[in-house]
Write a protein that binds this ligand. Structure first.
Ligand code: SD4
Length: 340
C-alpha cells in the first residue's frame, strides 16, 4: 500500500468536472468498510456516485452495479454504450455482463441498438433459463422484454474516430495504454480524438455484505464484425464469489480471456492474497503465458474481498479506478502497475 499513489481529486477539478462526487455518508457500521463500490477508469467516479445512492439506502449491490454503469452507458459521445466506437464495418456492438451474490449471472454480446446492455444482461439472468445471449437473438430478447430499438447512427465523436480510422483501416488496437506514444494526450483520448478506453466494470459490497458486479463495453474499437471481448464472458471480464470476493477486468479482452482473468483473481484471493496482490498475481500469470506479446497492450483488474478491502492493479501505467466506501470518498486512484 505504501507506494500506491492516490489521486484524491484536486478541488478545482472536483468542482468543475466531477460535481457529482458524494460524501461518504452511508449508513455503515463504523468499524467496517462497507458498503463499498469500486469501478474502472475516470468514468467510474460518476458511476460510483449513482451506485452509492443505492448502497447508502440499503439497496442490494445488484441494483447498485446495474444503475451505476447505466449512467455511463447513456452518455452521448462516451466510450461505453451506443456512443462508443463501432466495429470495422461501422456498427456499434455492445457486450455486458452482470453477476450477483448467489452465483446468478447473465450476459449479452454483440448487441446492437439497445441503450442499456447491462439491463438486458440482467434480464437474461432473471427472465431466461440461460446465461448468455448474442447478436440478433440478444436484440430479439431485449425487444420482447420491453427494451427500445435505438437508431443505428454513430455518435459525433465515434463518427470522427471511424472516419479517421478508415483512412488506413489498420487493425492495430491500442487499448488503455496512455503511455504508449500517447502520453501527452488527455486521459481517454488518443491524438486523433479517438476514445482510449471503452469499458466500465463495477463491483459493490452492500450493507448485507453481499457482493455483485457488472461490466459493460462497446468493446475494442474497429474490431472485426462479430468479435466478442472478455467483458460479457463470466470468469474473464467479471466474476463474483460471495464467500470470497469479486473481480472485474478492463483492457485487451483477448489477453484477459486467455487467463480467465477475473475468476483467477478471485481464486488468488481464496488462497489468502489481498485484492491488490491477487490482481497482480493474475497480471503475472498473463506475462508468464504471453511475455513480450503483451508489450503494447494493457490489461487491468479491480477486486474487492468480503471484508471490504478493494484495489486495482494493471500491466501498464495509466490505469485508474474510483473507490467509494466509509474510508474512501469516491477517489480516483492510480493503480500500481507491473511494467515500470
Ligand atoms: C474488450 N475489455 O472488449 C474490453 C475493452 C476495454 O477499456 O476494456 N476497454 O476487450
Amino acid at each position: 500500500m505504501t507506494s500506491r499513489r492516490k489521486f484524491i481529486l484536486q478541488s478545482a477539478l472536483a468542482a468543475s468536472s466531477f460535481p457529482f462526487i458524494l460524501k461518504a455518508t452511508a449508513a455503515h457500521h463504523p468499524s467496517t468498510n462497507f458498503p463499498l463500490v469500486i469501478s474502472t477508469w475516470d468514468a467510474g467516479v460518476k458511476a460510483n456516485a449513482k451506485a452509492w445512492e443505492f448502497l447508502n439506502n440499503n439497496k442490494p449491490a445488484l441494483d447498485a452495479v446495474e444503475q451505476g454503469v447505466m449512467v455511463i452507458e447513456s452518455e452521448v459521445n462516451c466510450c461505453v454504450g451506443l456512443g462508443g466506437n463501432p466495429d470495422r464495418d461501422g456498427f456499434v456492438t455492445l457486450d455486458a455482463s452482470i453477476m450477483n451474490h448467489l452465483g446468478d449471472c447473465g450476459s449479452v454480446a454483440a448487441l446492437e441498438q439497445i441503450e442499456h446492455p447491462i439491463s438486458v444482461a440482467r434480464a437474461v439472468m432473471e427472465k431466461s433459463p440461460h446465461v448468455m445471449l448474442v447478436g440478433q437473438g440478444a436484440q430479439q430478447f431485449a425487444l420482447a422484454n420491453g427494451f427500445i430499438l435505438k437508431p443505428k447512427e454513430l455518435s459525433a465523436e465515434a463518427e470522427k474516430s471511424y472516419q479517421y480510422w478508415l483512412k488506413k483501416s489498420e487493425y492495430r488496437p491500442i487499448i488503455n495504454v496512455e503511455n504508449n506514444g500517447y502520453k501527452n494526450n488527455p486521459p481517454n483520448k488518443l491524438d486523433n480524438g479517438q476514445f482510449n478506453h471503452d469499458t466500465i466494470a463495477m463491483l459493490a459490497l452492500d450493507n448485507l455484505q453481499n457482493l455483485s458486479g457488472s461490466c459493460t463495453t462497446s468493446g475494442m474499437g474497429f474490431k472485426y464484425r462479430g468479435r466478442v471481448g472478455d467483458s460479457p464472458i463470466i470468469g474473464a471480464g467479471l466474476f463474483v464469489d460471495n464467500e470470497i470476493g469479486a473481480a472485474a477486468a478492463t483492457g485487451h479482452g483477448e489477453e484477459i480471456i486467455r487467463i480467465v482473468g477475473s475468476h483467477l483473481v478471485v481464486e488468488f484471493m481464496r488462497q489468502g492474497k489481498s485484492p491488490e496482490a491477487a490482481c497482480k498475481a493474475a497480471i503475472e500469470r498473463a506475462i508468464k503465458l504471453r511475455g513480450d506479446k503483451l508489450k503494447d497492450k494493457q490489461i487491468a483488474f479491480i477486486a474487492v474481498n468480503k471484508h471490504g478491502e478493494a484495489a486495482g492493479y494493471a500491466l501498464q501505467k495509466g490505469f485508474s479506478y474510483a473507490l467509494q466506501s466509509p474510508k474512501h470518498n469516491n477517489e480516483l486512484i492510480e493503480a500500481k502497475f507491473f511494467w515500470q
